[in-house]
Ligand binder design. Structure first.
Ligand code: URA
Ligand code: CA
Length: 439
């Protein structure tokens, strides 16, 4: 295959043939095409797009670039995936709740990327193992109903190569590249039910509603054509979803919610996604039924017990569920006060994510170690009236200089106005194979 000719074709805006796409994926998976040619083609795809046929072919080729699993978990294997957010730990809330309701969740999660956090990093921050051998992963799901692991090398290896290149060549924000990256992994993992959380707003991979809707529709169509039950919720990322940003801090918020000590937007979105997972599992028929079942598991403590089991099964200390305050400790804990009176009118959520990265909660380079202790707790949401000196957030930092840099970024990221401002929208739409339902 003449690879420069494939790059030329996409550069000129023409569709690639199935054979050309197969050559691209094979070259990424086995290393036979050098990174500079892969990167040139990625940029041509980012600039000129792909049609539905090309995107489907790309996804299926990427899924088949490694193992295709058919996991025996004693039920319908289901998974949920988010396009990435800030203060967004729905997984650690909804996985235990859904497992307590009888679902079989075989979840593959990612690490933090750019300004977004990743479940694998959060779990490792409390000593959990996320690289379970396949047999242990499956046994855990059969025994307790849920397990969450990182991406294995055998699954969609083409995505591993392409993702790393995209991250460093400004080609992440491309619909065909995102859709194929996410869906290839979900199809390869053997999930029969797939629930997608597609973020909308200043902290989302696709900041506009239209872009997010188009992405959601593309992924639902690909999954449905592959014979899976897929639904996508479009949810708000114009401010951090939960109040806690940072690895241990986010685990603490999830535990607080499962203990019934906290609620708010993180719980609302978790219930909504969880209800879709219960529908995909065949356990309930409607979102309302799903939510009431999940609320029961929240109220009777069975969700908290599932999290405790999952933590112990995966090598962590389950007693953290009784002492979540241990997860909020750092050398420096200090407020960032509001610079003046005003209503919180806008948040640059990506910038808040980068502030947590600056503190050490995320990586700037692939090899960086993360500091599990650091991050911040938001003390305001869009629409809140603040007085000068009142805390906008409380920062958990390792060093004085880190605190100062994060403080400056947080102050830039949060705008105050004299006029009152409406609260941010949380739930935008549900996309299924039947169409789009807006809220
Ligand atoms: N998450 C993924 O796994 N891939 C993308 O391209 C974006 C978010
Ligand atoms: Ca994520």
């Amino acid at each position: 295959m003449n690879f420069p000719a494939i790059i030329t074709r996409k550069k000129l805006g023409h569709p690639l043939s199935d054979e050309q796409i197969a050559a691209f994926v094979k070259g990424a998976a086995d290393g036979s095409v050098p990174d500079y040619q892969l990167a040139a083609l990625l940029m041509a795809i980012r600039l000129n797009g792909m049609d539905a046929r090309e995107t489907t072919t790309l996804t299926m080729e990427m899924a088949r670039s490694g193992d295709m699993l058919h996991p025996d978990v004693g039920g319908v294997p289901v998974d949920k995936h988010s396009t990435g957010g800030v203060g967004d730990t729905t997984t650690l809330v909804l996985v235990p709740l859904c497992a307590a309701c009888g679902a079989k969740i075989a979840k593959m999660s990612g690490r933090g990327l750019g300004h977004t956090g990743g479940t694998v990093d959060k779990m490792e921050s409390i000593g959990m193992k996320t690289d379970l051998p396949e047999a242990d992963f499956l046994r855990q799901i059969r025994e307790i109903g849920c397990a969450v692991i990182g991406q294995s090398a055998e699954l969609a290896p083409a995505d591993k190569t392409l993702y790393a290149l995209r991250d460093t060549t400004s080609t992440v924000d491309s619909l065909p590249l995102i859709a194929s990256s996410i869906m290839s992994k979900k199809l390869a993992s053997g999930a029969q039910g797939i629930v997608l959380d597609v973020k909308v707003g200043s902290g989302a991979i696709m900041p506009t509603y239209e872009g997010s809707l188009e992405l959601a529709r593309a992924m639902v169509e690909i999954g449905t054509r592959a014979g899976r039950h897929v639904s996508a919720l479009l949810t708000g990322m114009n401010e951090p979803l939960g109040s806690y940003v940072g690895n241990r801090l986010e685990v603490k918020e999830a535990i607080d919610i499962l203990r019934g000590k906290s609620a708010g937007p993180l719980l609302t979105v978790s219930l909504c996604l969880g209800a879709q997972l219960l529908i995909a599992s065949g356990i309930v028929k409607t979102p309302a039924e799903g939510e009431s079942m999940l609320l029961k598991a929240l109220g009777d403590g069975s969700g908290l017990e599932k999290l405790r089991q999952m933590i112990s099964y995966q090598g962590g200390d389950g007693s953290v569920c009784d002492h979540p305050e241990r997860l909020a400790e750092a050398p420096i804990v200090r407020d960032v006060p509001a610079p003046g009176d005003g209503c919180v009118s806008h948040m640059d959520t990506a910038k808040l994510g980068y502030a947590s990265q600056e503190l050490g909660a995320g990586r700037k380079q692939k090899t960086d170690a993360i500091d599990p202790r650091v991050g911040f707790i938001m003390r305001c949401r869009v629409g809140d009236q603040m007085r000068a000196g009142q805390p906008l957030c409380t920062v958990y930092a390792a060093r004085e200089t880190d605190f100062e840099r994060a403080r400056a970024m947080i102050l830039e990221a949060i705008s105050l106005s004299h006029d009152p401002v409406e609260r941010e929208k949380l739930l935008y739409a549900l996309v299924t194979s039947d169409g789009v339902q807006t809220f």
